[in-house]
Design a protein around this ligand. Structure first.
Ligand code: SF4
Length: 377
């Protein structure tokens, strides 16, 4: 499976809770960045052991939907030229409802994008304002309708929960409306207060009260129950999908498979010698300089030994409903899962299920995932 992640690190404005690498971008900066991306793609294609053709592509951000249709098509043509794209590939773009129109969505679809991940985040205008989002609920609804009209039959919607002063009833009414759009995929994220963000400072100063643990758990279970009852498979801690609509790109990440990364702030993985992770520095000037000089902007972050690889494998796989296949674990690492992780298995025995070759947590384990997984890593 060949996978490629492209990072578009620009947004119209910075949301006060966000710690992703993105900057408020001017049009000229975005135009220049597209040229840099194309150079980056060409350089990446000359490196060793690159895939012959790609099965998944993911434009993430930032706000990738700030790219015009021509820019997106230009980048895709460049990828086809240097890597090739499998005709059945999954090609996703993350989009902000405040940056879309029917015409743009039709253009993306015609350029080859076949999966749209819409950051609607909330279906309540007051909460959208609180989150500093640039769009309204009306724009979110319109984007969903336009996406369908443009031919997107693989639509993912992001919904946030555990927002300040949000209660279960309020969340329930948002889920109920979200389900009326029949998205193929739903991602849910509890608001977290990350250091370096404006929300973190406000929380520290006592200006925002974060959701207490009990309510957070109730909200997570509410989302799980609602979405499962509506026919979604809760296939990863934060992700739900209709059958056959699991995100192929994210599964590459959870399976610890190769993923190329292009663009400032992007992270990649290569499954060689127990695996290595690398990134492109989150620095637009550095990125531009490297590419002007014809240098590969990639930097090694971590080279794993077998012990590190097994721990990371457990960490990633136990996030998914499939969990760990103990035979596959043995094939990969030459050791038995139950021997390597005997103490961790014992400590998590009330939550770790066994079914045939599978070892997995269910939603109750995911509720305390950080605690449980700390035994494995
Ligand atoms: S639009 Fe997304 S990436 Fe941009 S600042 Fe807001 S949350 Fe962060």
């Amino acid at each position: 499976m060949g996978a490629l992640y492209l990072h578009i690190p620009f947004c119209i404005s910075k949301c006060p809770y966000c710690d992703f690498f993105s900057e408020v971008g001017q049009q000229q900066q975005i135009d220049d960045y597209v040229e840099q991306l194309k150079r980056n793609i060409k350089i990446a294609s000359t490196q060793d052991s690159q895939p012959l053709s790609l099965d998944t592509l993911f434009f993430g951000g930032g706000t990738p939907s700030l790219l015009s249709v021509n820019q997106l098509a230009d980048v895709l043509r460049c990828i086809v030229r240097y890597f090739g794209i499998n005709p059945a590939a999954e090609i996703t773009i993350e989009a902000n409802p405040g940056t879309l129109s029917l015409e743009k969505l039709k253009g993306y679809r015609q350029a080859g994008v076949n999966r749209l991940s819409l950051g609607i985040q909330s279906l309540d205008d007051h909460r959208l304002q609180q989150l500093g989002r640039i769009h309204t609920v009306a724009q979110a609804r319109e984007s969903i309708i336009s996406a369908r009209a443009a031919g997107f039959d693989n639509l993912s919607l992001d919904l946030m929960f555990a927002l300040p002063n949000q209660d279960l009833l309020a969340l329930e009414s948002e889920i109920a409306e979200l389900l009326t759009f029949k998205p193929e995929h739903v991602s849910v994220y509890g608001l977290s207060y990350e250091e370096g963000t404006d929300f973190f400072l406000r929380q520290q100063a006592g200006k925002i009260r974060s959701c207490d643990e009990g309510l957070y758990a109730d909200m997570y279970l509410l989302l799980h129950n609602y979405l499962v009852a509506a026919g979604y498979n809760h296939y990863e801690i934060s992700n739900f999908a209709k059958p056959d609509s699991l995100c192929r790109h994210n599964q590459v990440y959870w399976k610890r498979e190769n993923c190329l990364a292009i663009g400032a702030g992007a992270h990649g993985f290569q499954d060689q010698h127990w695996g290595k992770r690398w990134h492109v520095e989150a620095d637009l000037n550095h990125y531009k300089e490297c590419l002007i000089q014809g240098k590969d902007p990639v930097k090694l972050l971590e080279q794993y030994d077998r012990d590190g690889a097994m721990k990371e494998y457990a960490y990633l796989r136990l996030r998914t409903s499939k969990g760990i296949d103990v035979q596959e674990f043995y094939r990969r690492f030459g050791l038995e899962f139950q021997d390597v992780f005997a103490p961790a298995i014992l400590k998590t025995k009330d939550y770790l299920y066994a079914s045939g070759q599978r070892r997995f947590f269910d939603v109750n384990g995911w509720l305390i995932y950080d605690h449980l997984i700390s035994n494995f890593i």
